[in-house]
Design a protein around this ligand. Structure first.
Ligand SMILES: [Fe+2]
Length: 291
């Protein structure tokens, strides 16, 4: 399960892999003052490891935005309310204080797969985080694909999954259906976010690696199968894709920066803390439509 190292991966960076599946920490760089060579090496590490962590970074909203813009355009976050005054930058408070309500935690997902055009990735910058707790977990689409049997790979090759933010919201209890007003809100959500279709096996547009393109939260059916068949296979794939050996886990400290390639990982915010926490967040845009 060794991670492929690109020939373009420059040796000048101090890269320390997190697990055998994905993720790395990079030391010795200052994200507020990047030269082009260092940026290119970081981007290559982003492609090679899917999840990259930097420690002890001195950033403000503007320099965090500048870093995000190196990936391309930034995206709006449809479900995040706390915009800063800096375009594309949000305050992200996590679910601190709600440990007892952990069933309300979104859990494993990839961002925006309920849209035709999911995010390229996201970045978080820790401003004030609890001493322990709130780790972010990631699981690799690449490795979960590699560990499927050849027969299952063949079966999935042309299968399409339906991604539906509304169906998941109702099933999980995030969205109320108890009143006419609640149903009216749901109808508006449906208009804004119609169901979308993505292949279950995709190829990463930059690395060329095949992936099991699954989302525990919003992949709700497999097109063309009977309901019971679809549920059984999707449930199996969701369990399969989240095995420990496909994962890494990122611990938070103040001034840590985390970036992930949303095209090839699922992530899960762990709600095991009570104290409030404050981060900056941005999402990077890509025109890639999963295929
Ligand atoms: Fe997310």
């Amino acid at each position: 399960m060794a991670q492929p190292q690109s020939a373009a991966n420059p040796s000048q960076l101090d890269i320390r892999p997190l697990t055998g599946a994905l993720g790395c920490e990079i030391f010795g760089v200052d994200l507020a003052n990047l030269d082009e060579g260092t940026w290119e090496a970081i981007y290559q590490a982003f492609l090679d490891y899917s999840v990259v962590v930097f420690r002890d970074q001195e950033l403000d909203e503007l320099s965090f935005r500048e870093f995000g813009l190196r990936f391309g355009k930034l995206e709006d976050e449809p479900f995040l309310p706390n915009k800063t005054e800096t375009p594309g930058i949000y305050y992200f408070q996590g679910a601190g204080g709600s440990k007892k309500l952990s069933t309300q935690n979104l859990g494993w997902h990839m961002d925006h797969s309920y849209q035709k055009n999911p995010s390229l990735g996201a970045a978080l910058y820790a401003l004030d985080v609890p001493a322990t707790g709130g780790d972010t977990l990631f699981s690799s689409h690449y490795v979960s694909y590699e560990y499927l049997s050849d027969m299952m790979k063949e079966f999935l090759e042309d299968k399409i999954a339906i991604h539906d933010v509304l169906q998941y919201g109702m099933d999980s209890g995030h969205y109320a259906i108890s009143s006419a007003e609640a149903l009216e809100r749901l109808a508006k959500t449906r208009v804004k976010f119609p169901q979308v279709e993505h292949p279950l096996v995709c190829t990463h547009p930059e690395t060329g690696r095949k992936m099991l393109y699954i989302n525990k939260a919003w992949a709700t059916a497999i097109k063309g199968l009977h309901g019971a068949e679809s549920k059984a296979i999707l449930d199996m794939l969701k369990v399969h894709s989240l095995q420990d050996r496909f994962q890494c886990r990122v611990r938070w400290y103040n001034k840590s920066v985390l970036i992930w390639d949303n095209r090839c990982v699922q992530h899960s915010p762990n709600v095991d803390y009570e104290e409030p926490r404050k981060m900056l967040r941005l999402a990077m845009h890509t025109d890639w439509i999963p295929s």
